[in-house]
Design a protein around this ligand. Structure first.
Ligand SMILES: [Zn+2]
Length: 293
């Protein structure tokens, strides 16, 4: 693995991987549903004995990967940012991919980056990524067409180890233009690491601008994010806002730790919680969300 991949080389490699997946994987027919394994905030350190608030992110990710492997086959796996424990060291990602790569051999994988990730280290280490990489300056933006739905994965990493995130103007301009061009009629689901809370200093600083782009575009049905280590649902102008739970640990005892599986169709999505620690009372519970018109 070269230390530095030039941009051209990287793009070529991603395109080759994406092409391989489009040939070898079945992401589902347009009228069917597509099943996603949804992980967020794995927070893997180089040290496998690392713990936080009594949780072991390594043990948790191992358990989650085992559950994903044991479940009926997924069409796509998403890891929605904060792959690494604190500041995205190369060794953190080496540990992360030791869990994830075997799964990424069996299904397409896409990631977003969080505030505890390092963009270059993550991109160099997590090479088994599917989808089409978009030409957005300094950002890792991917789109993937998965049967009935179109998924967009944004990049809100602003400064590694600083809590707040930002999309930035060039990414917002790209997003608005991309949405303008979509005419397939497929529901669009957007992933980003940071919660779109403009009132919080530690969330997405350009949350209002993002929502102003997404809300009027009725093809966009849901925004899925992590960052807060809380599992919750909200809705603004019919746009679903889904906060995915963390794999690594929670920040408060009342929140589940684990992952979710999502089934996406033209009509809506259902999401089932797999709580492995923290508050597990809703483990196995499914919530159904229908898309706005
Ligand atoms: Zn996190």
């Amino acid at each position: 693995m070269p230390i530095q991949l030039d941009r051209r080389g990287f793009l070529k490699q991603s395109a080759a991987l994406a092409a391989a997946w489009s040939l070898s994987s079945n992401l589902g027919a347009a009228d069917a549903s597509t099943r996603l394994a949804l992980l967020s905030d794995t927070h893997i350190a180089a040290d496998q004995n690392d713990t936080y608030r009594g949780f072991s992110p390594h043990a948790n990710l191992q358990k989650v990967c085992n559950q994903v492997r044991a479940a009926p086959k997924f069409d796509l796996m998403v890891v929605n940012g904060d792959l690494a424990r604190l500041n995205g060291q190369q060794q953190d990602y080496a540990a992360f991919v030791s869990y994830i790569d075997p799964l990424a051999e069996t299904m397409p994988l896409v990631i977003t980056l969080g505030n505890h990730d390092d963009r270059k280290n993550a991109r160099n280490a997590v090479v088994k990524r599917a989808g089409e990489l978009q030409a957005v300056e300094q950002k890792l933006v991917t789109v993937i067409d998965a049967g009935p739905c179109q998924f967009i994965l944004l990049d809100s990493l602003m400064v590694t180890a600083i809590s707040a995130g930002q999309l930035g103007k060039s990414q917002r301009t790209w997003l608005a233009g991309y949405l303008d061009e979509q005419s397939s009629g497929k529901p669009i689901v957007v992933f980003v690491h940071h919660n779109p809370d403009a009132e919080s200093d530690g969330a997405l600083v350009d949350a209002d601008k993002l929502l102003a782009i997404l809300k009027p575009k009725h093809a966009v049905k849901a925004l899925l994010f992590g960052h807060t280590h809380v599992y919750s649902f909200d809705r603004q102008d019919g746009l679903h806002l889904v906060n995915l739970p963390a794999v690594g640990y929670n920040f408060a005892d009342g929140n589940p730790v684990g992952w979710t599986e999502g089934t996406f169709s033209k009509q809506g999505m259902s999401i089932t919680l797999h709580a492995i620690a923290g508050d597990t009372k809703n483990d196995g519970k499914t919530i159904n969300l229908s898309w706005r018109a």
